[in-house]
Design a protein around this ligand. Structure first.
Ligand code: HEM
Length: 475
C-alpha cells in the first residue's frame, strides 16, 4: 500500500465551490484570517482546484527558496493567454526554456543596473514636471494620487516606447480609437479579474456569456494594433539611423536582429514583453508611492524626520538629483516600511507546483496552485515587533531588505520567478518622494480626514485619492 498522505490543514469546504465562500472582496484579508485559525500553510479548494496558501516567512522560504524550482511554474490563465499573445510574456509564461530566455532578456537587457541608470534623465525630467504642476496649484487642493499615476505612466511610456502616448499623462500621439491610457486601464483591470473558469473549466461558459472573454479578445486586438504601430515607427527610425538613447522597443528589436538570445524572437514576443513592462511596472510603482505619501501624512514625526534628512542634503532651490539619494538612509527605510505594510500585490503572482513535494512536513501534490500572502507575512508578530505600527526606524540597521533574501519582507517575490524590476521601481519612487517632501510641506484640506481604505484588485491601492494642499518650503 502507498504511504498515507499528510496534506496541509484545510478549512471545511462545501461541495462544488470548495472554500470560495470564505474569500471576501479583499482576498488577502480573508486568507489572513483563515491562516490565524489553520496555520501558516493551508490547503484550500477554489471549486475543485487545490490552492496552497503560505502565510509565514518560513513557509515562503520553503516554497521560494528550498523548493523554488518545483514552484517556478505559473498556473494557466485564460484571460492572460488572450491578452498576452498566448502567455508569450515573462510574468505569465509557463516555466521552461522559452520563459528562461525571455527572463534573461528582461534581466540582462531591459532592467540591468546600467540600463536603469541610462534613463536617469527621464526620471529627473518627469519628477521635475510633477513638482512644477503641483506648484501651479498654489493654495488649491492637489490630487496627488492622480499626479503619481501620471508620473509612473509617463516614465514607463518614455522608457519603453520612447515617448509619451495619447492619454498617458496627456502626451501627444494616439492609441487607436481609444486613448492608450484608457486601453491600459482596461488591460490592468482584466489582469486582476477573478476567472472562475481557471479553477472549474466546466464554468468557462460563464465568461463567454457575461462577455468577459469577448472583451479580452477585443482589447487584445486594440492593444496589438497600437503596439504594431509603435514597433513599425521604431523600425522606420532604425533605417534612418542617428544617435539617440535606446528605449525598450529599440533594445528588443536589436536583440531580435542580432539573435542575442540564441533563438529566434517572434514579433509577438517583443510586443508581449512590452506589455509586461506596463502590466508589472506602472500600477505597482504608483501604488507603492501613494502609500508612502499616505503613511508620511499619517505620521508627522516620520515626515519631519525625512524632510530634515532630505533638506539637509540639497540647497533650498535645487531639485534633488539621483546623486543625492545615497545620503538618504531614512528615505530607503520609509520605502521598506511602506512595502512591509502595503505590498502593492499582497498575494504576489500565483505559482504552481510541477511535482509532488513536501513543504514544512506536509505533502503537496503536483499541479497545486500556490498563493503567498506577503501582506500577512509583513504583519507577522513572529517577525516584527508591533507589526501594525508604521516605524521606518526598524530598518535603521539596514539588515533586512526586500530583494528576495529576507523572507519576512517579500513584496517583490523571490527566487527564479522574483521581480526583475526592483531597481527600476526603487529609482522612480525614491526620487519622487525625495523631491515631493523637499519642495513642499503637505497638509490635508480643511475638514478632510486622512482615509486609508483599500480598493481590491491585483494591486491594492487607496480607495480614495490623496487630496492635499502643498505649501512650498520656506527655509
Ligand atoms: C513596487 C513595484 C513592483 C512590485 C511590488 C512588483 C512585484 C512583483 C511580484 C510580486 C512579482 C512576482 C514574483 C514572484 O512570483 O516571486 C513580480 C514579477 C515581475 N515583475 Fe515586478 N513589481 C514591481 C515593479 C516592476 C517593474 C517596474 C517592472 C518592469 C519594468 C516589473 C517587472 C516584472 C516582471 C517582468 C515580472 C515577472 C517575473 C517572472 O515571472 O519571472 N516589476 N513583480
Amino acid at each position: 500500500r502507498p504511504p498515507r498522505k499528510n496534506p496541509p490543514p484545510s478549512p471545511q469546504k462545501l461541495p462544488v465551490i470548495g472554500n470560495l465562500h470564505q474569500i471576501g472582496s479583499f482576498p488577502h484579508l480573508s486568507l489572513h484570517s483563515l491562516s490565524q485559525a489553520h496555520g501558516p500553510l493551508m490547503l484550500l479548494h477554489f471549486a475543485a482546484a487545490p490552492v496552497l496558501i503560505a502565510s509565514s516567512s518560513a513557509a515562503a522560504r520553503d516554497i521560494m527558496k528550498i523548493h523554488d524550482l518545483i514552484f517556478s511554474n505559473r498556473p494557466k490563465s485564460t484571460i492572460c493567454e488572450k491578452i498576452m499573445y498566448g502567455a508569450k510574456d515573462v510574468a505569465f509564461s509557463p516555466y521552461g526554456e522559452y520563459w528562461r530566455q525571455m527572463k534573461s532578456i528582461c534581466v540582462l537587457q531591459l532592467l540591468s543596473n546600467k540600463r536603469v541608470q541610462s534613463f536617469r534623465d527621464v526620471r529627473e525630467e518627469e519628477t521635475a514636471h510633477m513638482i512644477e504642476k503641483i506648484s501651479g496649484y498654489g493654495s488649491y487642493v492637489v490630487n496627488l494620487s492622480e499626479l503619481i499615476v501620471e508620473l509612473t505612466g509617463d516614465v514607463v511610456c518614455r522608457v519603453a516606447l520612447g515617448r509619451k502616448y495619447g492619454g498617458v499623462g496627456g502626451g501627444e500621439g494616439g492609441g487607436g480609437r481609444r486613448g492608450f491610457k484608457e486601453v491600459l486601464g482596461k488591460f490592468v483591470e482584466l489582469l486582476g479579474y477573478f476567472d472562475i473558469g481557471d479553477f472549474a473549466p466546466w464554468l468557462k461558459w460563464v465568461n463567454r456569456v457575461n462577455g468577459v472573454y469577448g472583451r479580452a479578445e477585443r482589447l487584445a486586438k486594440e492593444l496589438d494594433e497600437f503596439l504594431e504601430g509603435v514597433v513599425e515607427e521604431h523600425e522606420g527610425r532604425e533605417r534612418k539611423g542617428g544617435e539617440r538613447e535606446l528605449d525598450f522597443v529599440d533594445v528588443l528589436l536589436e536583440v531580435q536582429r542580432e539573435n542575442v538570445a540564441g533563438m529566434p524572437i517572434h514579433r509577438d514576443s517583443v510586443k508581449a514583453l512590452i506589455l509586461d513592462v506596463f502590466a508589472a511596472g506602472t500600477d505597482t510603482t504608483s501604488t507603492a508611492l501613494e502609500w508612502s505619501m499616505t503613511e508620511l501624512l499619517k505620521h508627522p514625526q516620520a515626515m519631519k524626520k525625512l524632510q530634515a534628512e532630505v533638506r539637509r542634503t540639497t540647497q533650498h532651490n535645487q531639485p534633488i538629483t539621483e546623486d543625492d539619494l545615497d545620503q538618504m538612509p531614512y528615505l530607503k527605510a520609509v520605502i521598506k516600511e511602506t512595502l512591509r505594510l502595503h505590498p502593492p500585490i499582497p498575494l504576489l503572482v500565483p505559482r504552481e507546483s510541477t511535482k509532488d513535494v513536501q513543504v514544512m512536513g506536509y505533502d503537496v501534490a503536483a499541479g497545486t496552485r500556490v498563493v503567498v500572502n506577503a501582506w500577512s507575512i509583513g504583519r507577522d508578530p513572529a517577525s516584527w515587533a508591533e507589526p501594525e505600527e508604521f516605524r521606518p526606524e526598524r530598518f535603521s540597521n539596514g539588515l533586512v531588505d526586500f530583494r528576495g533574501q529576507d523572507f519576512e519582507l517579500i513584496p517583490f517575490g523571490a527566487g527564479r520567478r522574483g521581480c526583475p524590476g526592483i531597481q527600476f521601481a526603487a529609482a522612480v519612487d525614491e526620487l519622487a518622494i525625495a523631491n515631493l517632501v523637499h519642495k513642499f510641506d503637505f497638509a490635508l484640506p480643511n475638514g478632510v480626514e486622512l482615509d486609508v481604505k483599500e480598493v481590491a484588485g491585483l494591486t491594492v491601492h487607496k480607495k480614495l485619492p490623496l487630496l492635499l494642499v502643498a505649501t512650498p518650503w520656506s527655509c
